[in-house]
Design a protein around this ligand. Structure first.
Ligand code: GLY
Length: 326
């Protein structure tokens, strides 16, 4: 068994896993903070965003429906057995249980989310059901699981994937944390999409921080923190240490900065500056933001180097490196 007292001596903030990427840097953003603009446009966090965006692009092309696109897109990541940060195969909490968070939002203000949910393969689809079938925005824990059963979602076994089991057993030997550099080049998937007709939607899904306390919820299911979408302005999503993002309501902040006239790049940079000013031990924290505005210009920025994102538009799909503060 892990030594829980030892574990609790460590601040939860010291559990950040910093996830660098070693791809080639691509300069996207002009010095005035503007990017080229595209409509339709799909952005998602990290390299796992590439296959997710490809699926979302297919759905958008076939149906023109942005909310279907962002749901179907991140479902690809939720099923990826090699992924340790999204879906039931992700790294578990400190009790060895995978618990998932997800949210979905449309540009008209409709939104739904689930937090601390167990045994559901597609938390993003459950979040959509919360949006469409209930008068609520967020269901958590056992209530979310009961809602899933009532909606006909199959309950999955709670067995860890072989890779997650191996890593969890290794972690239990000490049950202590240090920021882990260079183990994975991904975290949460956040996806935002802009349709040809100007309609927007976003999705965000994660297994959360590895070896978190049982019951911990991150930024991903918190509307305004991990995801925010407003057809009048633009959309933003976040990845990285959820606590640091919740403290500044990061995605909502970015959309409001764009409403006041900042470019998506300037807004992401200001959110990172704000995050740094409101969080201690910043060298242990990675967080990154993605945003676009209603014209289809986009931006990305992170605290530490290593954040990359998938960007799909009519000229094709690319994995791009975001600039960072440090
Ligand atoms: N950004 C994911 C989490 O902190 O749970």
């Amino acid at each position: 068994m892990p030594d829980r007292r030892k574990f609790l001596k460590h601040s939860i903030l010291s559990t950040a896993i910093i996830l660098p990427f070693s791809g080639k840097a691509i300069s996207l953003i002009k010095s005035n903070g503007a990017s080229d603009a595209y409509k339709p446009l799909i952005l998602s966090t990290w390299e796992h965003g590439m296959p997710a965006n490809e699926r979302a692009w297919e759905v958008l092309k076939e149906s023109g429906n942005v909310v279907d696109a962002v749901e179907e897109g991140v479902k690809v990541t939720e099923l990826d057995m090699d992924n340790l940060s999204v879906g039931l195969q992700g790294l578990p909490d400190r009790e060895g249980i995978p618990t998932l968070d997800a949210s979905i939002m449309m540009g008209d203000g409709s939104c739904g989310a689930v937090a601390f949910v167990r045994q559901v393969k597609h938390p993003i689809s459950l979040a959509r059901k919360v949006m469409e079938e209930t008068p609520h925005v967020l269901l958590a824990g056992e209530g979310a699981r009961q809602f899933a059963i009532a909606q006909g979602f199959p309950m999955e076994k709670e067995a860890l994937s072989p890779k997650a089991e191996m890593m969890y057993q290794e972690w239990k030997k000490t049950a202590t944390y240090k920021p882990i550099i260079n183990i994975e080049n991904h975290d949460t998937i956040g996806m935002i999409a802009l349709g040809e007709d100007g309609k927007m939607a976003g999705s965000c899904t994660t297994s959360g921080l590895a070896y978190k306390m049982h019951g911990r919820v991150g930024d991903s299911p918190i509307i305004g923190a991990g995801l925010y979408v407003d057809d009048e302005v633009g959309a933003a999503t976040a990845t990285g240490l959820g606590e640091s993002i919740i403290r500044i309501n990061g995605s909502f902040l970015i959309v409001e900065l764009m409403r006041q006239g900042r470019t998506p790049q300037e807004a992401c940079e200001e959110a990172v500056r704000r995050l740094i000013s409101k969080n201690k031990n910043i060298s242990d924290i990675q967080a990154g933001f993605l945003a676009f505005n209603k014209e289809g210009a986009y931006g990305a920025y992170s605290v530490q180097p290593g954040f990359n994102f998938a960007c799909h538009h009519q000229k094709g799909g690319n994995l791009l490196d975001a600039k960072s503060k440090f």
